[in-house]
Design a protein around this ligand. Structure first.
Ligand code: HEM
Length: 412
């Protein structure tokens, strides 16, 4: 009827007016639907909303990020094998003369979220022993973080069988690991153990969840974690702390001046569809992956480099490097922080071309604060003498220093 009136009155022009009205109405209802979705899911995490400048109008607008984002199923890791796939050779140190402190974040493909390799059996066994021996000291989930811990578990249960199909099988209730004989039911309630512990048994990484608390404050706190192989820090010391307190309590060098502001902003703006990673490195003077006992027993009230033996033999020097990832979980808005430690004797990594020369240069570039933080006083002399000798041997064997960039590029 309305169409006939329009056609009578305006002919062909009426048809295009009608069409425009219909389009506008459709856009309006679609918009309503979208904002309803955002509001109902955004209830748990208002941090998805950020104030940003609209480039067209120049006005500040409240932007709601795509919280219904679903990560796509990853491609299988090429030829992955629990026997053959070696740990990736992260050698994340740079030549001096200056050691620049930066956040060092790089984007990664969602497929690359979790890295597993033929060290899985050792990590799996060490983690199981730690869960049994230390329980709550290493694993904790604040009730407010329980939904986020479940979301993380669900993400792993869908990611791992797709990425590592020879290690994991998806089941109707969860996930099986036929290699270890473990079967996890993630639907039953109560769960058999803390969801963070289940997550940790599935992978080589330690895991932490940061939640914005209070909601809307922009402050992220460590409210769930399974920190089993940390080397130098303890979950019980940091649990519940804000991002800033975690780092200032550990005297992270230049945190206030160079890192704090950028990190806070990064956490507030992180979107679920972009994943980040960063790498670091340390030297340790014992071979213990889980806890570096050189800095004191794990249950001592305080631990510090001051207790470590000075100038121990080079065979006791271990290279410890973390690959950390950060991503926002789409449903709860919690930020998942993964920490995968790569751990090798220094005597092993110096066999690689360029490594002794570059590591020596990096260690020499640490300023006093970085040196204190990394405990250089206890091992610097022995380590540098050894690295210099190995570097010299490589040069004598024909190493072409000018070709390094073609062979290895950060973080390799
Ligand atoms: C943008 C993200 C982050 C950046 C840029 C960052 C940066 C750093 C840096 C530079 C250090 C010194 C050691 C190193 O070189 O890595 C450090 C230490 C540390 N970070 Fe972070 N961090 C981030 C996120 C987190 C999160 C989410 C946690 C939550 C568990 C965390 C926990 C720690 C701990 C426990 C230490 C050791 C502190 C100590 O020695 O007591 N970091 N971080």
């Amino acid at each position: 009827m309305l169409t006939a009136v329009f056609l009578d009155l305006f002919g062909g022009f009426g048809l295009s007016v009608l069409f425009t009205i219909a389009c506008l109405a459709l856009m309006y209802f679609a918009g309503q639907h979208r904002s309803k979705q955002s509001i109902s899911q955004g209830e748990t995490s208002k941090s998805h909303a950020s104030i940003e400048k609209n480039t067209k109008t120049g006005l500040a607008e409240k932007i709601v990020s795509p919280i219904c984002y679903k990560i796509r199923s990853p491609r299988p890791y090429p030829q992955w094998s629990i026997h053959q796939t070696k740990p990736l050779p992260y050698r994340a140190f740079r030549y001096g003369p200056k050691y620049n402190i930066t956040m060092g974040l790089r984007t990664i493909e969602p497929d690359e979220w979790i890295e597993l390799d033929n060290h899985f059996p050792k990590y799996h066994a060490d983690k199981a022993a730690r869960i049994q021996e230390r329980g709550e000291k290493c694993i904790k989930t604040d009730p407010a973080a329980f939904p986020a811990a479940i979301e993380l578990l669900e993400e792993l249960v869908s990611y791992l069988p797709a990425r590592y199909p020879t290690l994991f099988k998806r089941t109707s209730v969860g996930i099986d690991n036929p290699w270890s004989g473990e079967s996890f039911n993630i639907l039953e309630r109560p769960l058999r153990e803390n969801p963070m512990a289940i997550c940790a048994r599935l992978i080589q990484d330690d895991l932490a969840l940061m939640l914005e608390q209070p909601v809307g404050s922009g402050t992220y706190r460590l409210l769930a974690g399974c920190i089993l192989l940390p080397g130098f820090w303890r979950l019980s010391d940091k649990f519940g702390m804000s991002l800033s307190d975690i780092h200032t309590s550990g005297n992270v060098p230049s945190f206030k001046e160079k890192l704090e502001k950028g990190m806070i902003k990064f956490f507030q703006r992180l979107k679920p569809d972009v994943l980040y990673s960063r790498n670091n490195y340390f030297i340790q003077v014992d071979d213990s992956l889980a806890w570096s006992h050189s800095i004191g027993a794990e249950d001592n009230p305080t631990v510090s480099w001051s207790t470590a033996e000075k100038d121990t033999i080079i065979e006791n020097h271990w290279f410890r490097s973390e690959r950390q990832t950060l991503r926002r979980l789409p449903k709860t808005g919690a930020i998942c922080f993964t920490i995968r430690t790569y751990f090798h004797p220094v005597t092993e990594i110096v066999q690689e071309e360029y490594v002794p020369g570059r590591l020596a240069s990096a260690v020499r570039s640490w300023d006093d604060n970085v040196s204190i933080y990394k405990g250089r006083e206890k091992y610097g002399d022995i380590l540098l003498e050894y690295l210099d000798k190995k570097h010299q041997e490589q040069i004598e064997n024909g190493l072409d220093i000018d070709c390094e960039d073609e062979v290895r590029q950060y973080p390799w």
